[in-house]
Design a protein around this ligand. Structure first.
Ligand code: BDR
Ligand code: CA
Length: 317
């Protein structure tokens, strides 16, 4: 099993990332840490607890993290995720409390307590917590196995002409994370815009006929509507779980080595990820995702929802 810490800002696609991570036997979620992003940190932390409850998970600890980016004012994605940060669903009551420790301390403690090269950090929100952790305890940089980031793009953006939301919100933090010499894999828009939740995908989820399946369909319906109205997509791109799929099976999410630098000074280019695809750059400590196997990716997602649904059934037998 691959042990991970999932640093996230749920968020519709973060919620699906949580489901895939909890429901796949190859992944061991040691902790969920939260960061202000899709909405303010209190709301998205409540969402994380609610999603865990929907997954019938009472064992994964949740640590609340940074409320603000390092240098910038708070900027949320309410137009996409609604005023709760998880529009379209009523969340079940949490099965546990938020941990008293903060996310940055928890990341440092869990990494320093783990064996070298054991833990992977998956980030599906702005990179504030990860940057703070690397600055407070630099030894985590060589101790982690890998950092997998949903964010950035080889080209283009979704929050500006050239920046993706997670990087745009906290570009200074992103610059720290991409500059540190740990292995970083960028799962950016080039890849996640291939992860479209089509009607066929929804049909497979509906066929499960479970409460968690219906919950996921409600999430996707809301996401479909906002992505259609705001970004002109026919089907919504389910970005964040692509990071987890990459860890489960890297043949589903193909990557190439390439240096990545984050532009944080540019007036027009703030939050742009500059990817150097020249052949001589192949020795980079960073990789970027390029191609998704759509069918196998969503099969993993559907299977995880099914597994979590039946775990509940088992618990009640
Ligand atoms: C990213 O931004 C957020 O709105 C999503 O949850 C995802 O992590 C996509 O740009
Ligand atoms: Ca996210």
């Amino acid at each position: 099993m691959r042990p991970i810490i999932l640093d996230c800002d749920p968020g519709h696609d973060d919620a699906v990332a949580i489901m895939l991570a909890l429901g796949n036997p190859a992944i061991d979620v040691r902790a969920i840490t939260t960061v202000g992003g899709n909405h303010v940190v209190d709301k998205i932390t409540a969402n994380a607890l609610g999603v865990l409850a929907a997954c019938h998970d009472s064992s994964t600890p949740v640590y609340k993290g940074a409320a603000k980016p390092l240098m910038r004012p708070v900027e949320v994605a309410e137009t996409i995720h609604g005023e709760t940060g998880l529009g379209g669903v009523d969340l079940p009551s949490p099965l546990r409390e938020i941990e008293t420790d903060n996310a940055v301390s928890a990341i440092i403690r869990l990494v320093m307590e783990s064996n070298p090269g054991e833990l992977t950090l998956v980030a599906t929100g702005p990179l504030t917590n990860i940057a703070l952790a690397a600055r407070v305890e630099p030894r985590i940089v060589e101790r982690l196995r890998e950092v997998v980031v949903m964010g950035g793009a080889i080209s283009g953006g979704n929050w500006s002409a050239c920046a993706e939301f997670n990087i745009h919100v906290d570009p200074e933090a992103a610059a720290i994370v991409f500059d540190e010499p740990w292995p970083v894999t960028m799962v950016g828009l080039d890849l996640t815009h291939q992860a479209l939740a089509t009607a066929q995908v929804e049909e497979k989820i509906r066929a499960l006929d479970t409460a968690l399946g219906s919950f996921t369909l409600d999430l996707l319906a809301f996401f479909r509507e906002t992505y259609r109205d705001v970004e002109g997509f026919d089907d919504p791109p389910v970005h964040d779980p692509c990071t987890i799929a990459y860890l489960i099976d890297p043949t589903i999410v193909e990557t190439i080595p390439a240096p990545v630098s984050v532009e944080w000074r540019g007036e027009l280019t703030r939050g742009m990820t500059v990817v150097d695809r020249r052949a001589q750059a192949a020795q980079a400590h960073t990789r970027v995702a390029t191609r998704l196997d759509h069918e196998r990716f969503f099969d993993l997602v559907v299977e995880a929802i099914s597994t979590l649904s039946h775990r509940k059934d088992n618990a009640h037998v």
